[in-house]
Design a protein around this ligand. Structure first.
Ligand SMILES: [Cu+2]
Length: 388
């Protein structure tokens, strides 16, 4: 994860504010992860160093020489709790076979103040990787004393009036940037997009039908915004054209699939938040990998800026070739947070996610050769049953 941003609305435009949560280190004000709450009892915990200490008078000190260890992450195996990875009922005899969904789970929790960020990576047996970012904690609020009509910059979550005013939870968003440095069988890769469109009817009596079209994206372009939307479904994938799948002859690759309700920030490019938030204009940007482009944002670009040190738009603006190159996917997943009464006093954790799925990488479903429940689709129907 490269950064998480939050953009808050306000009662007047001048009271809008935003957070680059990387500025809070995403780790140094965290607490230890708890067995039985954050991870199953028996999970392996990974420790890291914490060198910021808080004192009772509200001050804090950063002193690496006084660092202590804390439980930053855990790793465990999830064995079938999410159902099956594949399942089949044989139509003729209704016998069932399948493979319980087993995953290696890596979970880390970073606190930034009011929110805890729960970052999870699920490694599946088919080579698929799901990345999930869950938000936990409490949103920022403001007060409103006169309510002639509901505020459009947030939701009243506690109507009290009087000297304390009404409590309004500001409309805000969460956008997290991930750097996905995919190397498909080496670093000579390219980026392909498959789009679903509709082909017109060819003549009287004919009807239109949907078709799939795959094209290569040959160069970086800051104006190209890959946004997962129901209006333009498709597949984004990084492939190695020199490594063909032996079964179907197409390039082996991995797809980037946005899994959660898609949202991108809709600020105009002139908005003060927009310059350091170009990653969140789209779900995916693909750029040539460079050492001088290590992260989607810079920690010093906290406040509104016109010329950020790091910006996905800048990465794309030199329009370099994406063909036969070492590529990086900048993936952004996020959510607009409209308040509900149940957000008080603490929200229920909610998550956004994306997946990296093998796409013609394997010759067939690799999980079919693993131990299964039942006898398997081929063994389920014997010759005697077919004769019956
Ligand atoms: Cu929120």
């Amino acid at each position: 994860m490269s950064d998480c941003h939050a953009y808050y609305s306000g009662p007047i435009p001048e009271k809008q504010y935003h957070f680059s949560d990387k500025a809070y280190s995403m780790a140094q004000i965290s607490g230890d992860m708890v067995a039985g709450l954050d991870c199953p009892v028996g999970a392996s915990f990974l420790e890291s160093a914490m060198w910021i200490r808080f004192f009772g008078n509200g001050t804090c000190r950063s002193d690496p020489s006084q660092a202590r260890v804390f439980r930053l992450a855990c790793v465990f195996e999830s064995n079938g709790y999410e159902g099956s990875s594949w399942r089949h009922t044989q139509l003729l005899n209704r016998k069932v076979s399948g493979r319980p969904k087993r995953m290696l789970v890596i979970r880390a929790i970073g606190t930034v103040g009011n929110y805890d960020y729960i970052t999870e990576i699920f490694l599946g047996e088919d080579g698929g990787i799901q990345v999930r970012e869950a938000f936990a904690g409490y949103p920022e609020v403001d007060r409103l004393f006169e309510v002639s009509r509901p505020p459009n910059w947030g939701s009243v979550v506690h109507a009290e009036g009087g000297p304390r005013g009404h409590l309004v939870q500001n409309l805000h968003s969460h956008y997290c940037a991930f750097k996905v440095d995919l190397d498909i069988l080496g670093t000579v890769n390219e980026f392909q997009v498959t789009k679903l469109t509709h082909k017109d009817a060819v003549g009287p009596g004919s009807v239109s039908q949907k078709v799939q079209e795959t094209r290569r994206v040959s160069m970086e372009d800051p104006n190209m915004e890959f946004v997962a939307t129901s209006q333009a479904p498709g597949v984004w994938q990084i492939v190695n054209t020199e490594a063909q799948n032996r079964r179907n002859g197409v390039p082996r690759g991995y797809a980037v699939v946005v899994g959660s309700a898609p949202s991108v920030h809709r600020y105009s490019t002139s908005h003060p938040f927009a310059a350091s938030a170009t990653f969140a204009r789209r779900h995916l940007a693909v750029a040539k990998r460079k050492d001088e482009e290590p992260a989607a944002t810079s920690v010093v670009d906290f406040y509104p800026v016109t010329d950020p040190l790091l910006s996905v738009d800048h990465f794309l603006s030199d329009r370099e070739s994406l063909v036969g190159e070492d590529l990086v996917c900048w993936v952004s997943v996020g959510k607009e947070h409209v308040a509900r009464a149940e957000d008080q006093p603490l929200i229920s954790n909610f998550a956004v996610d994306f997946s990296l799925l093998p796409w013609n990488y394997h010759e067939q479903n690799p999980e079919m050769v693993l131990t299964m429940i039942g006898k398997g689709p081929e063994a389920l129907v014997g010759a005697p049953e077919l004769r019956r």
